[in-house]
Design a protein around this ligand. Structure first.
Ligand code: SF4
Length: 142
């Protein structure tokens, strides 16, 4: 989260991170939550301003010039991924640090293998999304 806020805002402020880390209390596990860039992204469909856009690298991001901060994308997202920028009220999601050779969170991770880039086919986005959805329902975020 620190690396993400540094990359996108030039300062250490976990509130500005596009990655969230939630604690699953029964298991005492910390799990990163990140935009899954769904193939059929509900956030794109629900946004009344067409502010959610898919980039060439596949990520789905918010056009902050257009977003009105209604949070419809947050509520419809199966993993609750879009974060609210506390300073602007607009949403933000992972853009895979577009233009970098690897996302800053991956570069910053000190636990080998805990965060890594997955190429297409290395992971089923649908199964990952379904698992995240189940986790979200079982352990709702506060
Ligand atoms: S918060 Fe912004 S990006 Fe999300 S649905 Fe509303 S206008 Fe669209």
């Amino acid at each position: 989260m620190i690396a993400c806020s540094m990359k996108h805002h030039g300062r250490i402020d976990p509130g500005l991170s596009r990655v969230d880390v939630i604690r699953l209390t029964p298991q005492e596990l910390d799990v990163p939550v990140i935009c899954m860039a769904c193939d059929i992204a509900p956030c794109i469909k629900v946004c009344p301003m067409n502010a959610r856009i898919r980039q060439a690298n596949g990520t789905v991001v918010t056009d902050a010039d257009v977003c009105i901060g209604c949070r419809a994308c947050v509520y419809i997202c199966p993993v609750g991924s879009p974060k609210i920028n506390p300073h602007t009220g607009k949403t933000m999601t992972c853009d895979m640090c577009q233009g970098e050779t690897e996302p800053w969170c991956v570069a910053a991770c000190r636990q080998e293998g805990a965060l890594k880039m997955c190429t297409d086919g290395a992971i089923s986005k649908n199964s990952a999304r379904q698992a995240a959805d189940r986790s979200r329902k079982t352990y709702p975020r506060k």
